[in-house]
Design a protein around this ligand. Structure first.
Ligand SMILES: *Cc1c(COP(=O)(O)O)cnc(C)c1O
Length: 449
């Protein structure tokens, strides 16, 4: 793998430019032992060898995507100042950039008016959305599908909100009959709709849930931490296109720039359609300095300190790759889905595999054929290990055996869950790399039996 280093020259020029703005101050240098620092950094570099090669296209496993070089550079550049976007005093310039960046994300979802900000990640963004949901419908049940992110039930535990999981249909989407049954039997305040489940990338049928909302009057929170940017893609299937097309009608949305938005970790985003929910955040901490009449981000965020650098990195990335339909960023996402459809097509056409789900976004689930679900699980585990030796890095995923049985009635179910292979094809380059990836998969499969 070749690690890109030209960006270091660009970064150095930018750091010098940054320094120009502070030259008028009396000279002051940070003092540290450079030799020691160099030694330690060499140790760090070597200790990083013990990672899978996440930026390389032959890493096609978990939900990991390398940050864009400009995001990396902008993040590091901001570190020479280390702004804190809790308050304007701590991060004046970076707070302005955060507001611009968040406005562009809101615009992507069709919102001109909204309240929103960045968070440390999707979990905290969802926590804020469910906390607001519970302020508006105190004590009422929150529903999310069985394929929703595991943190929703945990967040509800932390916030002491009643929580119920809704069954999924054979496509791993929230089942509408199961949802209606729960709506009839519980005092439901909010339904969490996942557009892009973390496990398999399934998209809940938002348009139909919006129809039920007319009748039952619940709040809708969309968790699209992973899938949100697919709003821009023009190669979605019917269900996903309908769901993303309806997204502007919901009450709150979470999207993670550190998932598909090319950002380093530490960047989630929560948006509320009704800006007046800001009233629930009101606090008057003696530490929160009000140096301006302008609303500052610490007043509309549950977290206190937040990395201004994350906002700077996101803003810079969107200058290079704006969130436009048909633009480079959108085309790269389409290529990810293209890669997933390519791999799915090859697996389906080949008699040696089972493919229980057609990918809705860019996650592919499959397994080697086997007579029983426990045999399939064992074969998947061996595929994982044998591919790793050949430098193809995949992931495994526990899939409900009942859904395997629906797709493949001949399979004997002898375990509740079946271990399958899972591949998140989140790099645009994955599309061009499908031949070498397939060659390894083919070889592994030939040596499996
Ligand atoms: C990743 C993810 C989360 C959690 O977000 P973090 O950024 O990992 O905290 C929540 N929901 C969905 C759908 C996700 O994909």
């Amino acid at each position: 793998m070749t690690i890109e280093t030209n960006s270091i020259d660009i970064l150095k020029a930018a750091v010098n430019r940054l320094a120009e703005g502070y030259q008028h101050l009396p000279a002051h240098q940070v003092d540290y032992d450079e030799d020691k620092a160099r030694d330690v950094l060499m140790q760090v570099a070597e200790s990083m060898w013990d990672n899978y090669p996440y930026p390389h296209p032959q890493y096609a496993g978990q939900m990991l995507k390398p940050p864009h070089p400009v995001a990396r550079m902008a993040y590091q550049l901001a570190q020479w100042i280390n702004p804190n976007n809790h308050a304007l005093d701590g991060g004046k310039a970076s707070s302005a950039l955060e507001k611009q960046a968040v406005a562009k994300i809101a615009q992507m979802f069709g919102w001109q008016e909204y309240l929103g900000h960045l968070t440390s990640g999707g979990t905290f963004a969802n926590l804020e959305a469910l906390w607001i949901a519970n302020q508006i419908h105190p004590g009422k049940t929150i529903l999310a599908s069985k394929q929703a992110h595991y943190t929703h039930s945990r967040i509800c535990g932390v916030l002491q909100i009643p929580y119920q999981a809704v069954d999924v249909d054979e496509q791993a989407r929230m089942d509408m009959d199961a949802l209606e049954r729960l709506l009839n039997n519980h005092d439901v305040g909010t339904v969490v709709v996942t557009l892009g489940t973390t496990g398999v990338g399934s998209v809940d049928p938002l348009a139909r849930i919006l129809q039920l909302q007319q009748q039952y009057g619940f709040r809708i929170h969309v968790d699209s931490a992973y899938g949100g940017y697919y709003k821009l893609a023009q190669n979605l299937g019917n269900n996903a296109a309908l769901a993303f097309g309806a997204i502007a009608a919901v009450d709150s949305i979470v999207v993670d720039p550190h998932k598909h938005g090319l950002q380093p970790y530490g960047c989630g985003c929560v948006l509320f359609k009704d800006p007046s929910v800001g009233r629930y955040y009101k606090h008057d901490s003696p530490y929160t300095y009000f140096s301006s009449d302008e609303l500052h981000l610490g007043e509309i965020s549950l977290e206190c300190s937040r990395a201004g650098a994350a906002a700077v990195a996101l803003w810079a990335t969107m200058e290079v790759l704006p969130l436009h339909e048909g633009g480079q960023f959108a085309r790269d996402l389409q290529a990810c889905r293209g890669a997933a459809l390519d791999l799915y097509g090859r697996l389906q056409a080949d008699g040696r595999f089972i493919t229980p789900l057609e990918p809705e976004l860019d996650i592919v689930i499959w397994a080697p054929k086997g007579a029983t679900t426990s045999a399939i699980s064992a074969l998947s585990q061996r595929t994982f290990e044998m591919a790793e030796v050949r430098e193809l890095h995949l992931a495994t995923f526990s899939f409900p055996s009942a859904l395997i049985k629906q797709a493949y009635p001949e399979v004997q179910v002898d375990s509740e869950m079946t271990v399958c292979m899972r591949s998140c094809l989140m790099k645009a380059d994955h599309q061009q790399w499908m031949d070498p990836i397939w060659a390894i998969l083919d070889e592994v499969q030939n040596n499996l039996s």
